[in-house]
Ligand binder design. Sequence first.
Ligand SMILES: Cc1ncc(COP(=O)(O)O)c(C=O)c1O
Length: 470
Amino acid sequence: MKLSEAYDPEAFRALGHQMIDGLADYLTQARDSKMPVLPVVDPTQLRDETPSEFPEDPQGGFAESLLEVVSRSNHLHHPGYVGHQVSVVIPPAILAEMTSALLSNGMAVFEMGQLQTVMERAVVKFLASKLGFPSEADGVLTHGGSLGNFTALLAARQAKAGHDIWTDGHQKPLAVLVSDQSHYCISRTIQAMGWGAGGIVSVPTDDQFRLDPQHLQASLDRARSEGRQVIAVVANSCSTATGSFDPLPPIADFCAANDLWMHVDGAHGASLAFSDKYRGALEGIERADSVVWDLHKMLGLPSLNTAVLFREGERSYESFAQQASYLFDEQANRDEWHNIGLRTMECTKRGLGVTAYTMLRSLGTRVFADKVERLMDLTRDLADILEGEDEFEMACPPEANILCFRHLAEVDDLNAHQVAIRQQVLERGNFYLVQTKLGDATWLRVTIMNPFTTMSHFWDLVEEIREVGE
Ligand SMILES: Cc1ncc(COP(=O)(O)O)c(C=O)c1O
């Protein structure tokens, strides 16, 4: 292909029409359950079937290849998708992503994303206000909750180490108090910062998998007796495995009494802030120093799109204290809100704020509240069904749109029984669910992400598990 053809706007228009038609048809078919949720395939077989040479001349149609990717994917818009905690994307959002991809404005400095930067700021301020943060709150958008938690904990380190750790490096081994139910990205962050496994001080949880604040003092004392300087507590709103919300008011009191940074990993559950009915689970979040909030989970934005929010906006400059003089004015200081790269790990990032801003403005915020409430209500409906069935046991009542349960049967190995059930359900193609370990026990785990899943799907799921579990 000639270079001029690759850039041709008219060829792009034709391709775009073909793709949008293909995707719209796909959405209809997925919504109407016209395909297995996950087309289960052996990885090696798929590898061997997929051409892996890249000759000089064009090979195959672009749209056809993309639509092949679509057909081979896990279909989140299928109402039988009750798996991982990723968005069932609201379709217009992909057009915002497409526009940002085309513009390729890198967002590190204002000139490379002018309105994009202003939109990001508006979104960040809006989300912060939803949490009850004061007007001076600030933050950034970043590619995912893992990077978001890393960014927040870097700020905690700089703020609480007691010296300029960014410049001088570590003087004393640091540590963070972490619920034993935290997402693995928290321990990864801590170990990546060089604090070793001892930098993670695990705080036990109660029988609902919520951090038990009674154990905070003993955990702090233990870390100190081992020569660690504890700088922060990480709370979950909510935890990944069971969707449990840690009690934030006593955690905030403890942080205040001990001069610790309070970080809330709200990657999944901060979206409850949109709902009058459910935001009670976040009580106390307004006292956090930092909060991470994934917009690509319950809210339905495409992955990845995460807000890292700081109650005191100035703190958002603490994560990355260094300057890159070729990008930022040498006088760069904390008034440079418009050069977002000062505060993000990424140099180049997508126009994340454009997607969030255009969605919030053009759809209005009520639809997001409705979506969150629908997912939460549905999960309670499923819990009611399971409660009425003797063959099923729940790990705990659902606090979010996540539910862990298992099928009880007279078998030698109840854990293996759950694994086998899941595999058979996947192969039937009507549902996609996952599994998790809580202690030594294996549980089936669902996250209700698709607002078009209904009670009748739940009854079908229960029936199907019963059948394959016999
Ligand atoms: C509580 C929590 N924190 C962090 C993450 C990581 O977020 P991401 O996948 O956006 O990196 C997840 C992902 O599921 C999560 O559940």
